[in-house]
Design a protein around this ligand. Structure first.
Ligand SMILES: Nc1ncnc2c1ncn2[C@@H]1O[C@H](COP(=O)(O)OP(=O)(O)O)[C@@H](O)[C@H]1O
Ligand SMILES: C[C@@](O)(CCOP(=O)(O)O)CC(=O)O
Ligand SMILES: [Mg+2]
Length: 397
């Protein structure tokens, strides 16, 4: 079925609580955003794999025989349960002309593609000649899980192209999703891609990209949150660039340096996630405004903790101060160090108050979106289901 081409997408995410702590076995609560990454897969000229990633300035193509030759060097070692080895990544870097230690978006995106393409084809059969285009509504490297949305899309596309998962979209349907078993396979390969990009990811971002909705995540255990109130959230991108990989490594260093000081902070973040989950459950049964002050206070406390573990930034302090001046509570989301913050809006926060806060945030050079949460996970699309803007990009490229 994919021979006629396919279009699929995966959502970005916001972490309500538990970023960084989740890498160290604590609970995170995360929600899918209605900002998505799209991937178009088309058959192309015999013997070529072509990858276009306009968001990170990549346009590369490789001969299938040269990819097969590269793969045969370490085929036996590719498995979704094993982290990519240093030797594998070094070999792929050399093949693609990427300098050792390069962390530029285009280098990481190319490396993740090559690793996933070779590993998936080693396990499930050769990839066909194909042309892959990835386009995203998400800002890259801003804490909204663009890396996971990218690797979830790649996993679903490559597994489809190798025939390892079905094509669930039936004639006349606008969208379709895969079976639970197929989603688990997509998620495990997306995690491998995240490992290439992040070094040591927790897996929460690819889980949200795969299943969507809202979920609790701890040490690989994914629990969908069935009853979540329709929270109103303002997302603000400080536009300060940062790398998840570097920030995650910095937190690890701090924990190793001051274990007795840092571990209680991680435990406290864990308790915040637990408390937030209970409040959300109570709120969905009884949506009374009395719960908002608790959610707001949890945001404030966690923002302080994230500063303590070293992932704050002056731009995020400013974001919190500006929203506080409008009576709103914010915290960073994702890896921090810049990137995005989330602000909790109450159901009765007046549109005028939100507009005033947005105006002040934009005056700082930030960008804001009011967004809804709980979007669907990885989805296959017919072209009739795509928004005009997405259709335009995918058909004109
Ligand atoms: N649209 C995209 N196309 C290709 N690669 C992407 C895209 N979006 C993100 N990436 C990859 O993900 C990396 C950013 O990931 P990360 O630092 O984890 O930030 P975040 O996941 O918060 O956006 C980029 O450096 C790039 O390698
Ligand atoms: C900091 C962390 O908890 C989330 C990173 O999210 P992002 O890549 O900044 O969107 C890392 C992880 O969970 O793997
Ligand atoms: Mg990421």
């Amino acid at each position: 079925m994919w021979e006629r081409g396919l279009v699929l997408s995966a959502p970005g995410k916001a972490i309500l609580h538990g970023e960084h702590a989740v890498v160290h076995g604590k609970v995170a609560l995360a929600v899918a955003l209605d900002l998505r990454t799209f991937l178009r897969l088309r058959p192309c000229a015999e013997g070529q794999v072509c990858v276009r990633l306009p968001g990170v300035g990549v346009l590369r193509s490789w001969d299938i025989p040269s990819l097969q030759a590269l793969r045969s060097g370490f085929a036996a070692d590719f498995d979704e349960s094993k982290p990519p080895s240093v030797e594998q990544l070094d070999t792929l870097r050399e093949f693609a002309g990427i300098a050792a230690g390069a962390t530029a978006p285009e280098s990481l995106a190319t490396l993740a593609f090559l690793y996933m393409c070779l590993a998936i084809s080693a396990k499930y059969g050769d990839v066909p000649s194909m042309d892959i285009l990835v386009w995203s509504e998400l800002p890259t490297g801003a804490g909204l899980g663009s890396s996971a949305a990218y690797t979830v899309c790649l996993a679903a596309a490559l597994l489809s192209a190798c025939g390892a998962i079905s094509c669930p979209l039936k004639e006349g349907e606008s969208t379709a999703r895969w079976t639970e078993e197929e989603l688990m396979l997509i998620n495990s390969w997306a995690f491998q891609g995240e490992r290439v990009i992040h070094g040591n990811p927790s897996g929460v971002d690819n889980a949200v990209g795969t299943w969507g909705g809202a979920l609790r995540y701890q040490s690989g255990k994914i629990t969908p949150l069935k009853r979540v109130p329709a929270l109103r959230i303002l997302l603000t991108n400080t536009n300060v660039p940062r790398s998840t990989k570097v920030l995650v490594a910095g937190v690890k260093e701090k924990i190793l340096k001051f274990p007795a000081i840092m571990k209680p902070v991680l435990d406290s973040i864990d308790a915040i996630s637990e408390e937030c989950q209970s409040v959300l459950e109570v709120m969905s049964a009884n949506p009374s405004p009395e719960h908002y002050p608790v959610l707001e206070e949890l945001f404030d406390i966690n923002q302080h903790h994230l500063n303590v573990i070293g992932v704050g930034h002056p731009s995020l302090d400013r974001l919190c101060r500006v929203t506080a001046s409008h009576g709103l509570h914010s915290k960073l989301t994702g890896a921090g160090g810049g990137g995005c913050g989330i602000t909790l809006l109450r159901p009765d926060t007046a549109a005028l108050a939100v507009e005033a806060a947005k105006r002040d945030l934009c005056a700082c050079g930030f960008e804001c979106w009011e967004t809804s949460i709980g979007a669907p996970g990885v989805t296959l699309h017919s072209s009739s289901s795509l928004k005009a803007e997405v259709l335009h990009v995918l058909t004109e490229s």
